[in-house]
Design a binder for this molecule. Structure first.
Ligand code: FAD
Ligand code: EPU
Length: 337
């Protein structure tokens, strides 16, 4: 295992921020952990686990050891009457896993098509899109406790999944390295087309009874029409979570803003943060190379030379203006480092 010094992270974060890690290692096999944990820098300095870097914002150089997960492999583990249990290593590309499952006729992940990043990061924020979340077809995962080196199997209960949240973002934050994840997929498909933008796209494609491959195609088409391709325009997807407010707060807001976009959510109401940000006048805004995407106001973008601090400063201005206009607090979804 090679330790690289002052290693550029520009290709390792989808914002495309030019920063460096003091030390950088690539972990290609879970067995590499022993060597990583015995590095002097692991003991003396801070460390960070990084997958595809599609949900992070670096606000400066990383003065510590950056551990890039690169373990590959996926396989069907066993077959049940109506399900297939599939296992993937953390360094697998998420969308390659989805494509492979759809190709084999195993249903459940198709609505989560085209989400950037790696399998190991998926459970951290319980990735979700177009009416589905990772938790819907999650079976279990293997997590290595970095302090003790012990590997524990976590089932759905222990993961405490919520909207863009899990145990690994709460009580277990920064404690574990997720090594691999298993999913319970359907042989008999349950097609989910309830998300408005997805239903509209299927209509436009003239499809009434889509199969999982068609759902995947429709999801990819919707995503390509509004989310910027990080290869062309730096971004990390939604910068903020959609805020959840009480029914009472929602009623007051709706009275003042009848066009407010919202969805019921576990006894509360989820507001479309993109709508709030657009109404506050930010859509398409640009200062220097830091900006707000012109097709999706929830996505902050780097037009080329923005620093992490430029993006963070813009995010804070947006937070302030949404709070002043709507009295709603926006919480970042992106991990700010
Ligand atoms: P990274 O950014 O590398 O890491 C994210 C966090 O997880 C960090 O805190 C890191 O330390 C930790 N981590 C990563 N791997 C491991 C591991 N193996 N063990 C322990 N900790 C780990 N997200 C959605 O939920 N839905 C979307 O629709 C969506 N769309 C997006 C669209 C675009 C264009 C972009 C750029 C991002 C989008 N995202 C979306 C966000 C992002 O793709 C997901 O959060 C993804 O799961 C991040 O994966 P990653 O490997 O890049 O994680
Ligand atoms: N909207 C606006 N203006 C905007 C953007 C959105 O008015 O600029 C309104 C529209 O009315 C739209 C509604 O907000 O109907 C919802 O927008 P969209 O369908 O684009 O979804 P979102 O709530 O903005 C969430 C996730 C995305 C996920 C999509 C699809 C969060 C924080 N974001 O975005 O996830 O892909 O739904 O399910 O929950 C991510 O997490 O990085 C991410 C991209």
């Amino acid at each position: 295992m090679m330790v690289q010094k002052d290693y550029s992270l520009k290709q390792h974060n989808t914002f495309g921020i030019e920063v460096a890690a003091r030390e950088f290692v690539r972990m290609e096999d879970p067995a590499d952990w022993k060597s990583v944990a015995s590095l002097p820098s692991f003991k003396k300095k801070q460390h960070l686990i990084l997958g595809g870097g599609s949900n992070v914002l670096f606000t400066g150089d990383y003065d510590g050891l950056l551990i890039h997960v690169a373990s590959k492999g996926k396989r069907p583990l066993r077959e049940e009457k109506e399900h297939v249990i599939v296992e993937a290593q953390s360094g697998e590309e998420w969308d390659e896993l989805v494509s492979w499952c759809v190709g084999h006729g195993w249903g459940g992940l198709e609505n989560l098509s085209m989400i950037p990043g790696q399998v190991g990061a998926g459970p951290i924020q319980n990735i979700g899109a177009y009416g589905a979340e990772l938790k819907d077809h999650f079976h279990s995962l293997d997590a290595l406790d970095k302090a003790s080196g012990k590997i524990t199997v976590f089932g759905p209960e222990q993961c405490r999944f919520g909207y863009r949240s899990s145990h690994f973002k709460q009580g277990g934050k920064n404690r574990y390295l997720i090594l691999g994840v298993r999913f319970r997929l359907d042989k008999k498909h349950r097609i989910k087309t309830g998300y408005a933008a997805l239903a509209r796209e299927l209509d436009a494609m003239n499809v009434c009874n889509p199969d999982i491959a068609t759902v995947r195609e429709a999801v990819c088409r919707v995503r390509s029409s509004k989310l910027p391709d990080p290869g062309k325009l730096g971004n990390a997807g939604s910068f903020f979570k959609n805020p959840v407010v009480s029914v009472k707060e929602h009623m007051a807001l709706e009275e003042a803003y009848p066009q407010l976009v919202s969805f019921p959510s576990n006894g509360g109401v989820k507001l479309a943060a993109g709508w709030l940000i657009e109404q506050a006048g930010w859509k398409g805004y640009r200062k220097g190379d830091a900006g707000v995407h012109d097709k999706q106001a929830l996505v902050l973008v780097n037009h080329g030379g923005a620093s992490g601090r430029d993006i963070l400063e813009l995010a804070m201005r947006i937070q302030r203006s949404v709070r002043e206009k709507f009295h709603v607090k926006l919480e970042p979804e992106v991990n700010i480092l």
